[in-house]
Ligand binder design. Structure first.
Ligand SMILES: NC(=O)c1ccc[n+]([C@@H]2O[C@H](COP(=O)([O-])OP(=O)(O)OC[C@H]3O[C@@H](n4cnc5c(N)ncnc54)[C@H](O)[C@@H]3O)[C@@H](O)[C@H]2O)c1
Length: 389
């Protein structure tokens, strides 16, 4: 229920779309924000956010730890202008791979293609918006032509790309990012998909059919007889291979949803399916509005994740959940990181190493089968999850 009555009716389309354009905000490492977080955020979730910032900058980013860092995003973050934070983090090598809902990637394309989303109000009459062809994501407003033209671009890209077989979502998004850079030179400065391709950061989508990108891929199959197929098996193995190759592993989870599990299932896939006792994550940061009491995955704590082998039991102090709206917390988190001592790391460029790392996974999995040829005995305790390196 709105906590304020809808504004006066009778607004024109132009009036609905008169708000300032939403631009991607790029964090600059503000010393004032670092001061606020270190000295002002002293209790409750402010303190948890401070803890998250310090785990990230003082541990995950330490050069000697060489942590492989995943960012997972759910919730409408790119429509709200948070893509700039992700671009900045990727360019600086502070994120090695990304797992996103399809929606965040689809809406990022509007920015890449120079369409405008506007600041607005959530207290508007949606029937009027519908009649005037204005789309609303809470308080973000834009004309429906933005959707139609973005869809037309995707379909055109699909034909031009020549992709006609099974691909991982990382391969798909890399090709899309390259195409955006060719069509809109310089857009890697303001598009997550393009910036990821430029920095060699693989982007995965845990439910590829669940967004307008997936909807247009379905069109391409039905109308153009295309054999392009998003292959989730490739995604599962590539993410596992990155985790296996990581010296240390850590994640920053925004919201929750399927991207959260898609990342966290990597360790269980290694021990439970491939028999490789890699051990759980070394670092776990989540900024979310989800509560643990509903029993859902999105609200599940790092402590619960230990029971699944997703988080290394020895590192619980290096895990934190800050219960915050990520549209507020993530820009603050990024300002803190960009202003920190190790605010640049060499780019891992994992998008170009996918095949080699999956091959390494295959070799280790075959060795594990040779070492333990019999099916694991039924046991009431977890297998030895101590690191084997
Ligand atoms: N046209 C499109 O392409 C389109 C548009 C919208 C949604 N979708 C699809 O719908 C699905 C759901 O979308 P979603 O990403 O909004 O997921 P969601 O609403 O299920 O949110 C995911 C999780 O993040 C948390 N969350 C959401 N906003 C948050 C915030 N501001 N701060 C902290 N936590 C927050 C939620 O509590 C939830 O657990 C996705 O699979 C998406 O791809 C597609």
């Amino acid at each position: 229920m709105p906590h304020r009555a809808p504004g006066s009716t009778g607004k024109t389309r132009q009036q609905f779309l008169s708000g300032k354009p939403i631009r991607y905000y790029r964090p600059r490492g503000s010393a004032d924000i670092r001061h606020l977080i270190d000295e002002g955020f002293q209790a409750f979730n402010a303190a948890r956010l401070g803890e998250a910032c310090r785990i990230f900058t003082d541990k995950m980013l330490l050069p000697e730890h060489d942590t492989t860092i995943a960012l997972t995003i759910a919730g409408a973050l790119t429509p709200a202008g948070l893509g700039g934070c992700i671009v900045e983090m990727m360019e600086r090598g502070l994120i090695d791979f990304l797992i996103s809902t399809g929606a965040n990637l689809y809406h990022d394309l509007h920015y890449a293609l120079n369409f405008t989303l506007h600041r607005g109000s959530p207290f508007v009459n949606d029937v009027e918006l519908y009649e005037q062809g204005v789309i609303r994501i809470y308080d973000v407003l834009f004309p429906s032509s933005v959707l139609l033209e973005t869809d037309a671009y995707i379909r055109d890209f699909l034909v031009r790309s020549g992709m006609n077989g099974p691909v991982s979502t990382a391969e798909f998004h890399y090709a899309l990012g390259r195409d955006l850079m060719a069509r809109q030179p310089g857009c890697e400065a303001y598009s997550v998909v393009a910036a990821a391709a430029a920095a060699g950061v693989p982007i995965y989508t845990s439910s590829p059919g669940d967004s307008s990108i997936g909807m247009n891929i379905a069109y391409h199959e039905l109308m153009n007889d295309s054999r392009l197929m998003i292959d989730p098996n490739k995604d599962v193995n590539e993410v596992c291979a990155f985790i296996l190759a990581g010296k240390k592993n850590g994640c920053v989870i925004l919201g929750g949803g399927s991207p959260k599990n898609f990342y966290l299932q990597g360790q269980p896939t290694l021990w439970e399916v491939y028999g490789i006792p890699k051990g759980g994550n070394d670092y776990f940061i989540q900024l979310t509005t989800d509560q643990v009491v509903w029993g859902g995955l999105s609200g599940a704590t790092p402590a619960e994740a230990v029971s699944w082998g997703k988080v290394n039991p020895a590192v619980l102090p290096d895990t934190v959940v800050a219960y915050c709206d990520s549209t507020i917390a993530f820009p603050l988190f990024c300002e803190y990181a960009v202003g920190s001592t190790h605010s640049r790391r060499p780019l891992k460029e994992l998008v170009h190493k996918r095949e080699a790392l999956v091959e390494q996974l295959r070799v280790e999995a075959r060795n594990a089968v040779r070492t333990h040829p019999e099916p694991a005995e039924k046991t009431e305790t977890m297998p030895d999850l101590e690191r084997h390196r």
